[in-house]
Ligand binder design. Structure first.
Ligand code: U2F
Length: 452
């Protein structure tokens, strides 16, 4: 495909959770296909340092990290509220991005020809219109969850006054099995006026103005929702799963996780991780530890040192040959290792997607945001995982869930189902696959070759 010699793509990242990393992955895929384009990656200094430290300079020659103001006032003393840094950043938007964009244009002497942003940034619709350039939004989670935010007003008016959490969203295409209680907070429950809820609401309203909505998913995973989104938006481009489309060339494994996994029988190990933001409460961590020990399941557990404190020293000693507890794992490679038989997860989208790519069934313990939706998709729609009785970790409930995945007919079926989904994902990123075709279209949009 012919790509132009000029062009300057401004990439605007959301610096919390696992948002900037997949946006950088997509940027790297685009930049290696269009080496003549210039990419400026606008993100907080902290998040830029983190995401760029994981890749080699040779892999981002035409991508320049640019730091934006994180909105934290000098001498600010944090109160300990988990969303404080996020809310300060939201308050600094869009001014911080606008200021940095001016700098970037002045320093490079090249104007912006495309805005590629985290889809959270609703203000990019007007920004792009003013600049007269395309706006490409990346939704880093599932098609189902973005659809929920597009339908927020419909959900609010239809479900007004309904108290039953089991009420389904059967009035939205593809959501017959999704229940009110699966919705992220800020849609119908929780504080609808909180800055984060408002951002998501505005995002849903702004989305039809986007030139294209890109997603780290593949069309075959949710055809009904993808079709519906296509009928509402200018362009919907599922271009994932990123980890299959562009597997990392190298990884670091300081704790020797892969070596440890290699010493285990196929599909015998439980891998545990709860993403980058949350830690289950101490009582649940203890119940989980008791279940693993009682069930004698070999386990690899990604657990930050601060959370490890909640596990009794005696447990860690007793299970030192049965399990391995480390602060960070090369998760992609872990899930691809044939010894892993189950992934105990919070159902963050990246983790779900990586588990599908590895063909590993899940046990889901969702906590917030899109995690309840993802868990519903995993357990009831795709049937590639189990949930927990009562929704939280108890010793007996976790033992039961482990039994289901490892030793029941249902568990066998989950393994088959996830194998089928994995094969579809591989096809999607293959030579003539849907994600590959969508990526080519995305490349045209970003490089200015597509009529818009
Ligand atoms: C937020 O999710 P998180 O960042 O908490 O969780 P994931 O989406 O599952 O992403 C975790 C990533 O961190 C990696 C792992 C994933 O790519 O491979 N990782 C690792 O490499 N090693 C480890 O030991 C532990 C993790 C949010 F909370 C979710 O609700 C959203 O779905 C998600 C995406 O928007 O962002």
């Amino acid at each position: 495909m012919q790509v132009p010699n000029e062009g300057h793509v401004a990439v605007l990242a959301f610096p919390f959770g696992t948002h900037a990393a997949p946006l950088l992955t997509l940027t790297r895929c685009l930049s290696s296909s269009a080496p003549n384009l210039r990419f400026s990656f606008l993100n907080s200094a902290k998040s830029n340092a983190k995401v760029f430290s994981k890749i080699k300079p040779d892999d981002y020659r035409n991508i320049k990290p640019c730091n934006v103001d994180n909105g934290i006032p000098e001498d600010h003393v944090f109160s300990g509220h988990p969303l404080e840094a996020v809310e300060l950043f939201l308050r600094a938007m869009p001014r911080n991005f606008e200021n940095e964009l001016k700098e970037v244009v002045a320093n490079t002497g090249t104007k912006i020809t495309c805005l590629l942003t985290d889809s959270f940034f609703w203000f990019a619709a007007d920004m792009a219109a003013e600049m007269g350039v395309p706006w490409v939004a990346l939704w880093t989670a599932s098609p189902c969850s973005v659809s929920v935010h597009m339908y927020t007003d419909v959900i609010r008016s239809t479900m007004k006054g309904i108290e039953n959490g089991d009420q389904t969203l059967d009035f939205i295409p593809g959501m017959n099995t999704i229940c009110a209680k699966d919705l992220p907070e800020g849609v119908i429950h929780g504080n609808l006026d909180a800055p984060f809820s408002q951002m998501l609401h505005k995002m849903g309203l702004a989305m039809p103005k986007a030139t294209a909505l890109a997603m780290n998913a593949f069309e075959e995973i949710d055809p009904t929702i993808t079709k519906d989104l296509k009928s509402k938006l200018k362009m919907v481009l599922n271009v994932g799963p990123f980890d299959l489309a562009s597997p990392p060339k190298s990884y670091s494994d300081d704790s020797g996780c892969i070596r440890w996994l290699d010493c285990h029988e196929p599909a015998s190990v439980a891998y545990l991780s709860f993403g980058t933001i949350l830690t289950p409460p101490p009582n649940e961590l203890i119940a989980l530890a008791q279940a693993l020990e009682a069930q004698k399941v070999p386990f690899l557990w990604s657990l930050r040192d601060t959370s490890k404190l909640h596990l009794l020293e005696a447990f860690l000693q007793r299970t030192s040959t049965q399990g391995k507890v480390v602060p960070w794992t090369p998760q992609l490679q872990v899930l691809e290792n044939s010894s892993v038989g189950v992934f105990i997860t919070h159902a963050g989208w990246n983790s779900v997607s990586e588990s599908i790519a590895g063909g590993v069934p899940m046990i889901c313990r969702p906590f917030f945001a899109d995690q309840m939706l993802n868990s519903r998709l995993v357990v009831d729609i795709w049937q590639i995982g189990a949930s927990l009785e009562g929704g939280t970790f108890t010793k007996s409930g976790t033992m039961r869930a482990l039994e289901i995945v490892f030793s029941s007919e249902k568990g066998k079926k989950m393994k088959e189902n996830i194998g089928v989904l994995k094969a579809k994902a591989k096809m999607a990123v293959g030579e003539n696959g849907s994600s590959t075709k969508n990526f080519k279209t995305l490349l045209k949009v970003v490089s200015g070759c597509e009529e818009i």
